[in-house]
Ligand binder design. Sequence first.
Ligand SMILES: Cc1ncc(COP(=O)(O)O)c(C=O)c1O
Length: 349
Amino acid sequence: MNDLSLPIYLDYNASTPTDPKVLEEMIPYFSSKFGNPSSIDHYFGSEAQKGVALARERLASLLGCNPSEIIFTSGASEADNLAIIGCAKANPEKRKIITSAIEHKAVLRSVEYLSKNGYESTILPVDTYGLVSPDDLRDAIDENTLLVSIMMANNEIGTIQPIVKLATIAHEFGAFFHTDAAQGVGYLNVDLTQNDIDLLSLSGHKMYGPKGIGALVIRRRSPRVKIEPLIYGGGHERGIRSGTLNVPGIVGLGKASEISKTLLSTEKKRLESLRNHFFSSLKSSLDEIIINGHSKKRLPHNLNLCIPGVRNKALQYSLREELAFSTGSACETGNVQSSHVLSALGLDE
Ligand SMILES: Cc1ncc(COP(=O)(O)O)c(C=O)c1O
């Protein structure tokens, strides 16, 4: 991103560029190592399979899980659908799902689908910083709750949820816990040996990997969460997600995971200081500027601002030659309505 003729890119929550080292590792899997990783009886298949196995190990090492607990998907949207709808399909005895008002639409629409099909759903509110209250979860949860799905960190305002506490509460009531960690993995310490998370979704293109690849981690805990597939076919990924594996994408995600693991703590500090410097520079000339979200419990690379009296779209348009920033989630294609996340904080249009 060093081409000075281009606008400055400030939209890393929407997508990150693919790290050149990631791209370099991916390229052979489009050419000399193009084989199908299921064709392990010959050289080409087994080369592809080795690439997938290494990527699985690298991702598992970043997350503190077992490589066999990883199911590769097309991204976090598919992983969220698989976690929520797949869990409901496999465990029909319990009929209640709890989530929060500021989740990504991949979670909210999956829960909505289940509500239309006879499930009870509870959407927890958030406070003015975007935090879910563990007490609200405790009030809403009961023995009929199958799954609690709360994101690790928000894609618009960067608020980091008290995931460890929320997952513990879910388990106290015998419910499974899913977190959409698409914005957290690669930026926050995620150690699955240290919490009660059963299901975790992530996405390659939020962490300097390629687009079109992600994963659902299905922890092997007791009791073990069962997941019914959404895609049937050749039984890939332990029968949970059929379809020939996206080998270059998986290899890229694996390399991005390896890089994240080595750089995590230095990157966190670097990004935080750049973000803080940017904010204080703006604040020094625009005193009335307001920060949306939490000042501390926040992703290191996220800033969400309100400039009273300035229309976001007008600002975006007038600065388009110089700056690329977003006024809401890029994950809602072409949606020009106001952000459901900012509305949930109590902000008006
Ligand atoms: C929190 C969150 N969940 C899910 C997604 C969807 O990820 P993907 O683009 O990999 O489907 C995104 C962003 O796109 C996101 O920010």
